[in-house]
Design a protein around this ligand. Structure first.
Ligand code: C2E
Ligand code: MG
Ligand code: MG
Ligand code: MG
Length: 278
């Protein structure tokens, strides 16, 4: 009887499994086709010195424009691409497009750096470094202008490997940014590793900036960690004057957020933040 039940179960589940597999295959080929047809685009959001109002650089953020004019956001694309195993081609497109933007800027005399988000899955690919080197040969840009934003949620198992990779990237001249700081495994042991890491900037996650100026405990802690590690910090998701004022009063000068500008299409960003070079 048990045998028959088992069989029945398999028969019962089979149609829905097939449906799921088919849906995944459709989504996978949709993303791959969108890469091939250059449907994706990068929006740019300025990063500013909140004290002087100077634009210091831009972060590239993935957008997928749809026929109806709407934009699919990374929250819908990135986790899906990671799950489906297409984050590498997608991430490679993002990196190459970023190099193209930097090459164009260099040609136009625009000196801003560009920060690019890198999925840890992408970073852990065998040929990530050699692929990046190849890109830098194809697009002769100042590697110091390319900043890689890595989200802090690295699994402890991968920590050693990630540390080695970050050192290699830094030796290539790239800047390394620790994104969404405070959201991941901030164990004291991890902080000890950070001390010997070639990190150039820590970004405080928006969720902690949201609480300012009332709930300031975590931002104070992160600020003191950055002091101990002697690393600059940037606040993400600054939306109000009160948040900016609190940050400036507590020695945090760099910020990114809707208070300064939303992510913009490249042309709009350049029109607003890159005055023509004399
Ligand atoms: P992130 O790297 O922490 O980027 C900051 C996110 O906060 C962006 O969301 C940005 O639009 C949003 N943001 C900035 N200022 C404000 C603000 O004042 N208020 C609010 N409400 N939001 C603000 P976005 O573009 O939806 O991207 C979400 C996340 O997706 C990014 O977080 C990043 O982790 C990931 N992502 C984006 N583009 C890429 C990409 O090309 N590759 C990879 N691997 N991940 C990406
Ligand atoms: Mg980022
Ligand atoms: Mg972030
Ligand atoms: Mg964030």
């Amino acid at each position: 009887a048990a045998h028959r039940e088992g069989k029945n179960q398999i028969l019962f589940f089979e149609p829905s499994l097939t449906e799921r597999t088919q849906k995944r295959l459709t989504q996978e080929s949709e993303i791959l086709l969108a890469i091939e047809q250059r449907q994706f685009t990068l929006f740019l959001q300025p990063q500013v010195d909140m004290q002087t109002h100077q634009v210091l650089g831009a972060e590239a953020l993935l957008r997928w424009p749809q026929r109806d004019g709407s934009l699919v956001l990374p929250a819908e694309v990135i986790p899906l691409a990671e799950e489906l195993g297409v984050i590498v081609p997608l991430g490679n497109w993002v990196l190459e497009e970023s190099c193209r933007i930097l090459a164009r800027w260099q040609h136009q005399g625009i000196k801003l750096p560009l920060a690019v988000n890198i999925s840890v899955l992408q970073l852990l690919q065998q040929d990530f470094i050699s692929h990046l080197k190849q890109l830098l040969v194809q697009h002769p840009i100042d590697p110091g202008k390319l900043q890689l934003e890595i989200t802090e949620t690295v699994r402890i198992n991968d920590l050693e490997q990630v540390l080695g990779l970050l050192r290699e990237l830094h030796d290539l001249g790239l800047s390394i940014v620790l994104d969404d700081f405070g959201m991941g495994y901030s164990s004291l042991n991890y902080l000890n590793h950070l001390k010997c890491l070639p990190i150039d900037l820590i970004k405080i996650d928006k969720s902690f900036i949201d609480g300012l100026p009332q709930d300031d405990a975590i931002v104070r802690i992160i600020s003191s960690i950055s002091g101990v590690l002697n690393l600059p910090i940037m606040a993400e998701g600054v939306e109000t004057d009160a948040q900016r004022d609190w940050l400036l009063q507590h020695g945090i000068r760099y910020g990114q957020g809707f208070l300064f500008a939303e992510p913009l299409a490249r042309e709009a960003f350049e029109a607003r933040f890159c005055p023509p070079v004399q």
